[in-house]
Design a protein around this ligand. Sequence first.
Ligand SMILES: O=c1ccn([C@@H]2O[C@H](COP(=O)(O)O)[C@@H](O)[C@H]2O)c(=O)[nH]1
Length: 243
Amino acid sequence: MGSGELAQQRVIVALDVPDEESAIALVDRLEDVTFFKVGLELFTSTGPKILEMLKSRQKSIFLDLKFDDIPNTVAGACRSAARYGVDLLTIHATCGREALKAATEAAQVGAAQAGVKPPKLIAVTLLTSISARQLAFDLKIPLELPEYALEMALMAQESGLDGVVCSPQEVVQLRQSCGDDFLLVCPGIRPTWADKADQKRSLTPAQAIVAGANYLVIGRPITTAADPELAWKRISEDLSAIA
Ligand SMILES: O=c1ccn([C@@H]2O[C@H](COP(=O)(O)O)[C@@H](O)[C@H]2O)c(=O)[nH]1
């Protein structure tokens, strides 16, 4: 595999910026990046036109709106979002089994109505900003963290979802239990030189790929770097070493 190819295939850059202008500036600087994530901050600011901007540049799109509501509402949201023709779409596993099933069906319907490919629907197991201590003391969940993440992933899989968003620290266990065809998409990725900030359950890009992650989501280590192209290049080189 050529230099940078693994990063191009497996790294999704999170465009957590406040407006369209900043997003375009970053996308145009990071010309080797093929996959971008649009999350709550950018989508709330720009609406769907940001997706058109990315499509016009032939980029793959992860629409990370993390829907979390009752079954009827998440189904409607997934039906609408699927019409945009995005590649990945998120919902929280904590919506529950009934909502996850309704969302899965609705995403198929929305895509068919719009004549586009359905998105891969993936469920957030447990935000990577939550530590074991916070899970127990703030969220009052009595399970050990790895067991809780596994239960959320299995519920998503049984409900027909294509995969989950999980911490890279849980990838080995989830891959073993959910099999090779289940997508494991990992934020909380931190090169050794990057600040962890609010991420509590992180690994380096190379560690996450070796563990078995399908995609790595990386935001601030690239987007807030003094030189985002150089940050991308360093990550690409680290991944080339394991390719
Ligand atoms: O559990 C989760 C789910 C989603 N995210 C999102 O990924 C990126 C990570 O950005 P960094 O700047 O690399 O921390 C961000 O858009 C989150 O909304 C997550 O971090 N953890």
